[in-house]
Design a binder for this molecule. Structure first.
Ligand code: PRP
Ligand code: ZN
Length: 296
């Protein structure tokens, strides 16, 4: 009997994408034998193994076909692609996950006079992203020295290792606590689902199934179900206010000739402003509820 084919997905073991990645797989209905300390987790109800590794190693696991899918920051993928000559070029970003948002930025000490990117000419820049920084400097024809550091980049100016830094910024609190000011954004990044070329059709089918479940989960998370009562005459105005909804369901309300119930899936954020606009159009009893699953 031939062994069941299984796909391997690499996710971050610990760090900013770790919990989110595991939760995303769970929301896709994939149940894991929980053993966070292990390198490999086996899904019980799906032909999938999960490799828990350092995010920086995920591109190499993908490129060598140890894994076929990975969840990692675009910053990590693009940096690996920038510093290698083609090894990672077959890796494809399948879809943005909308989490782990951060940016790769140039930041300078308070007393550094930064007028434009040209202020970096002749300076020393500390970074863990020499590939992306190098490309950015080359594009802007800046000649600067790059000092590569694996971590604690933000201390480089204070310790006179560098004049300025190029590092990831998320909330900005690391910069603030190190007396640095963000000046230029080199890259906007977020978590992405990445795939390597898959030649085995059975493995490719598993990858498709996971990808479409992830898409469905992300769509459901971004969508809301709205229910409201509308005066019949205001229906068109109300439909126009409903954000990103296709064709709402309109139903009669018993004992109310001039009112209808409207139900709609809104695929965009439903904010207080939207609800207030709906109310201004004559809607009442407005309910907004989350959607757990959604498949067309
Ligand atoms: C990044 C970066 C900063 C910090 C910025 O490190 O190197 O230290 O996050 O985040 P903040 O703007 O919210 O303060 P990260 O935690 O990703 O660790 P790593 O670079 O070692 O992967
Ligand atoms: Zn990292």
């Amino acid at each position: 009997m031939s062994e069941e084919k299984r796909l391997k997905i690499a996710i971050q073991k610990s760090g900013r994408l770790a919990d989110m990645s595991l939760q995303l797989l769970e929301k896709c209905g994939i149940f894991l034998t929980k053993s966070r300390d292990q390198l490999l987790c086996r899904a019980q109800n799906f032909p999938l193994d999960i490799l828990l590794v350092r995010d920086d190693d995920i591109p190499a696991f993908l490129a060598t076909d140890v894994c076929q899918l990975g969840i990692l920051g675009q910053n990590v993928l693009l940096e690996k692609q920038a510093i290698s000559n083609g090894i990672f070029s077959s890796l494809e970003q399948l879809l943005p996950i909308g989490q782990g948002k951060c940016r790769l930025s140039i930041a300078v000490p308070h007393d550094f006079i930064y007028e434009s990117i040209a202020s970096l000419n002749g300076k020393v820049i500390a970074t863990s992203y020499k590939g992306l920084l190098g490309q950015y400097l080359a594009t802007h024809k800046i000649k600067a020295d790059i000092v590569t550091m694996e971590g604690a980049v933000e201390v480089a100016p204070r310790t006179h290792l560098a004049d300025v830094i190029c590092d990831l910024v998320s909330t900005g609190s690391t910069l603030i606590s190190n007396g640095l000011v963000e000046k230029d954004v080199i890259l906007e990044s977020q978590a992405v689902l990445v795939m390597n070329q898959i030649s085995d059709p059975e493995i490719a089918a598993i990858a498709d199934k996971i990808t479409s479940r992830i898409k469905a989960v992300l769509r459901a998370e971004n969508s809301r179900y709205i229910m409201l009562n509308s005066p019949t005459k205001s229906l068109e105005a109300i439909k126009a206010v409903l954000p990103g909804s296709k064709s709402p369901t309109v139903m009669p309300l018993q004992g109310c000739d001039d009112m209808v119930a409207v139900h709609a899936v809104c695929e965009e954020g439903v904010f207080w402003d939207t609800m207030e606009d709906l109310k201004d159009c004559g809607a009442n009893s407005i309910l907004v509820v989350p959607i757990e699953k959604m498949l067309d």
